[in-house]
Design a protein around this ligand. Structure first.
Ligand SMILES: NC(=O)c1ccc[n+]([C@@H]2O[C@H](COP(=O)([O-])OP(=O)(O)OC[C@H]3O[C@@H](n4cnc5c(N)ncnc54)[C@H](OP(=O)(O)O)[C@@H]3O)[C@@H](O)[C@H]2O)c1
Length: 330
């Protein structure tokens, strides 16, 4: 990216000067910052902006202001998934989008390990038994030796896979195309054979981005091909799942359970069946949000801003058509 002609102007979208992102002062040494938390404020501020730091990506904010964004060259997303940020005019433009890839990897991997242990050790039943003052001894499952299939072999999927290996699990992955394995994944299958692949696994973890091509990949045929004892864990995006098919599989106990951190509609409506399905753990899209993640995201933005000012290549450039940071595959 070539050097901007002057000190750049950056709009922090979805934040206010009264409640700024923590550590954003470090960016003010390199750029003129303004804050815009509403559509009218953004439309006004974006006219002068070289860059936007999308602290929050409300679907409607940026498209409304877009006709005014004539100087804009770069958008940094504060999240890893950019599905709520991208829209057709942005995709077709020369504006570069970067994301927060890499920040959430260990937090999510630890969370997935926690979920697998909760299932294997029956921890929800343990807590319930304590509440009932019930002394009921029983054996628990081992994770060691179990089979973990991770759909999405990006940095989050890889870290989940690495953690699974450290626990003694057999680990395979699913990417866009089948390819040979590596130090984390014994093998990597392509999504075209997903239904044929999931039957191998005791735990199926979805760590996929929301893109047009991952939409509804987990359908009735995939859930129907899972083992009756297998658990499905989704920390990627809700749109990758046909939720009705998952609800049926859980209700009829055709799979062993599910732990869901992401949903097609968020917040999950209070009348959603997921809240009360058997063997189901629901969490409010929080698996990546470790204490300190806000500061970490701002540090990444400041690093990229320094690169932007110096005309150097930016970190985490999203392939806007694919909807994620595409790495060359072997
Ligand atoms: N729950 C949370 O709190 C939270 C927090 C952060 C992120 N996330 C989600 O986690 C996702 C994964 O993040 P990440 O940084 O690890 O990686 P990413 O860059 O978003 O995704 C890359 C991986 O997805 C695979 N992929 C993309 N399209 C595919 C398709 N059509 N079929 C099969 N695989 C496909 C890629 O396959 P190839 O290797 O073949 O290219 C690659 O392995 C994010 O996109 C976000 O949605 C959730």
């Amino acid at each position: 990216m070539s050097q901007p002609r002057r000190r750049p102007t950056v709009v922090v979208m979805g934040a206010t000067a009264e409640e700024p992102p923590p550590g954003i002062d470090d960016a003010a040494t390199m750029a003129d910052l303004s804050f815009a938390a509403s559509a009218p404020a953004l439309a006004e501020a974006i006219a002068d902006a070289d860059a936007v730091f999308a602290w929050q990506s409300h679907r409607e904010l940026l498209p409304e202001a877009w006709p005014k964004a004539t100087r804009l060259r770069w958008i940094q997303s504060a999240s890893d998934g950019v599905d709520r940020l991208l829209f057709p005019e942005l995709i077709d433009s020369d504006v570069v989008v970067t994301n927060a890839r890499g920040i959430f990897d260990w937090a999510i991997a630890e969370y997935v390990v926690g979920l697998m242990l909760a299932f294997a050790k029956g921890l929800l039943g343990v807590v319930e038994g304590q509440r009932q003052r019930e002394w009921r001894h029983r054996p628990t499952e081992l994770l060691a030796g179990k089979r973990l299939l991770v759909a999405g072999v990006g940095p989050i999927g890889r870290t989940i896979g690495r953690a699974g290996r450290d626990l003694g699990m057999e680990v395979r992955g699913v990417g866009r195309r089948a390819r040979s394995g590596d130090d984390v994944f014994e093998s990597i299958a392509g999504t075209e054979g997903l239904a044929g692949t999931v039957g191998w696994a005791d735990y199926v973890v979805d760590a996929l981005p929301a893109t047009p091509r991952t939409r509804h990949l987990f359908d009735a045929s995939v859930f129907g091909s899972m083992r009756r004892s297998a658990r499905f864990i989704n920390v990627g995006r809700g749109t990758t799942v046909i939720e009705e098919a998952l609800i049926d599989a859980l209700r009829e106990e055709r799979i062993g359970g599910a732990a869901l951190d992401v949903f097609e509609r968020e917040p999950l409506p209070s009348d959603s069946p997921f809240w009360e399905l058997p063997n189901t753990i629901v969490s409010p899209h929080m698996s990546g949000d470790f204490e300190g993640w806000l500061e970490a995201v701002v540090r990444l933005f400041v690093e990229n801003l320094g690169r932007f000012v110096a005309g150097q290549p930016l970190l985490n450039v999203v392939d806007k058509r694919e909807g994620y940071v595409v790495e060359p595959t072997p």
